[in-house]
Design a protein around this ligand. Structure first.
Ligand code: UDP
Length: 249
């Protein structure tokens, strides 16, 4: 798959439809696959932390979660066709596996959030096979127990929603002992499935203003959002140092 190198992170040039198709193929392929959905903030973290950058580049699929990443690809003259947000891809994959029997495990969020997400998803997709849930607030010595629970559930698909970079690091550290086919790091998606956080209306998303909507709803994000102008300036002044990447796979 063709990629665009944004400050060292090799983001896949894929559409929402293509990413969904690829994830569904991975579910029927041998081996474990990691899917991350970096936004501007995550790419900036990777720019400052080479080990995290390498971790992201080990993924089987890296999609551009955020209009900032799409703009960056245009600045670098290797444009991504659209934003491929973790939540959107998760919704599409759920639709695809809603009656296929594939087993889904929801991991992350405050206590009760994953269970509520499960309940809401089951209302929408009665045949969806959700085989387990676990909240995302745990001690280091509980990780073995969580891994055992995921493995004994027989999950094929694991949503890991611990926020970045915790979720990507958790997946990378545990992937070799997890029996899942696909592990996706998708941030606050369980909050949206559970209804505790509202997704920006489509109109705002289409205008590339989801960040503004989130800021309006969650003003405490202001400091985190300062990453956006920093990211834009870094891409403008440093981005061209990274070469265009084409890779098979
Ligand atoms: N979270 C978690 N464990 C933690 C810290 C965070 O499960 O130790 C969850 C948090 O409850 C939220 C998600 O991780 O559901 C992070 O959401 P955020 O909106 O910050 O992520 P984004 O989508 O912006 O990456």
């Amino acid at each position: 798959m063709e990629k665009v190198n944004i400050l060292g992170v090799n983001v896949d040039k894929v559409t929402n439809e293509g990413a969904t198709r690829r994830i569904c193929e991975m579910l029927d392929e041998p081996g474990a696959h990691c899917v991350y959905t970096p936004n501007s903030e995550i790419i900036l973290m990777a720019y400052k932390d080479s080990a995290f950058c390498e971790l992201l580049n080990r993924a089987d699929l890296l999609t551009a979660d955020g209009i900032g990443v799409v703009y960056a690809s245009r600045i670098l003259r290797n444009p991504l066709s659209e934003r491929v947000a973790g939540y959107d891809v998760a919704c599409r994959v759920i639709e695809q596996i809603a009656s296929s029997g594939h087993r889904l495990y929801l991991f992350g969020g405050k206590p009760g959030v994953a269970e509520q997400a499960k309940e809401n998803l089951k209302k929408q997709y009665p045949l969806l096979n959700i085989v387990g849930t676990h909240n995302g607030y745990f001690k280091v010595d509980e990780v073995d127990e969580i891994v055992d629970d995921i493995n004994s559930s027989g999950a094929d698909l694991l949503f890991v929603c611990l926020g970045a970079p915790t979720q990507e690091k958790w997946i990378d550290a545990n992937k070799s002992r997890l029996d899942c086919k696909v592990m996706m790091g998708i941030g606050g998606s369980l909050d949206v499935f559970a209804g505790t956080v509202e997704r920006a209306p489509e109109k705002w998303c289409k205008l590339g203003l989801e960040w503004l909507y989130r800021l309006k709803k969650e003003p405490w994000r202001f400091m985190r959002m300062m990453a956006l102008p920093k990211f834009a300036l870094t891409v403008i002044f440093r981005g061209k140092r990274y070469k265009k990447v084409k890779k098979n796979g």
